[in-house]
Design a protein around this ligand. Structure first.
Ligand code: HEM
Length: 139
């Protein structure tokens, strides 16, 4: 039986994480909360100290990158070309502690900006793959 794919369920399944987050404003809010928490919460101190005192540059770059990574406009690539994320992270010593702080900070930010649980779980898995790939020292 041909089920038209214009049903609510099918539309939902086709939505990108970018759209589900609320588009550009949603990505901005998530990135802002992520770096606010990194700045505020002592449990993220190990990754905070890898960053410059002023987080403006990091906020802008992560926002541009996540826009494309989440299925929205490829803002980072338009401006800077291929992100080469692993290479760009080599100057920072990233082990499991740093990876896990990054992921916990992002999980807290997603919860606090009200990302629905199902999407949070999906993104947590995707962020894990990327963050784990960024590890560049044992431990
Ligand atoms: C695994 C733990 C991670 C640590 C400790 C870490 C740390 C950092 C630091 C210190 C910078 C430099 C910020 C600056 O230039 O002021 C940076 C840049 C960046 N990070 Fe991460 N990061 C991690 C994981 C990730 C993940 C999972 C993503 C993406 C999903 C990501 C995306 C970026 C981007 C797009 C930049 C900007 C790169 C550029 O200079 O163009 N990072 N990160």
């Amino acid at each position: 039986m041909g089920v038209p794919d214009s049903t609510e369920g099918a539309r939902e399944a086709r939505q990108t994480p970018y759209a589900l987050l609320g588009g550009d404003a949603g990505v901005q809010a998530l990135v802002d909360r992520f770096y606010d928490l990194m700045d505020l919460e002592p449990q993220y101190a190990a990754i905070r100290r890898l960053h410059a005192p002023d987080l403006a540059h990091a906020r802008e770059k992560l926002y541009l990158f996540l826009s494309g990574w989440l299925g929205g406009p490829s803002l980072y690539i338009e401006r800077y070309g291929h992100p080469m994320l692993r290479r760009r992270h080599l100057p920072f010593a990233i082990g499991t502690r740093e990876r896990d702080q990054w992921l916990a900070c992002m999980a807290q930010a997603m919860a606090e900006v009200g990302v629905p649980e199902e999407l949070r779980e999906r993104l947590r898995q995707a962020f894990f793959q990327t963050a784990d790939w960024m590890r560049n020292r044992p431990g």
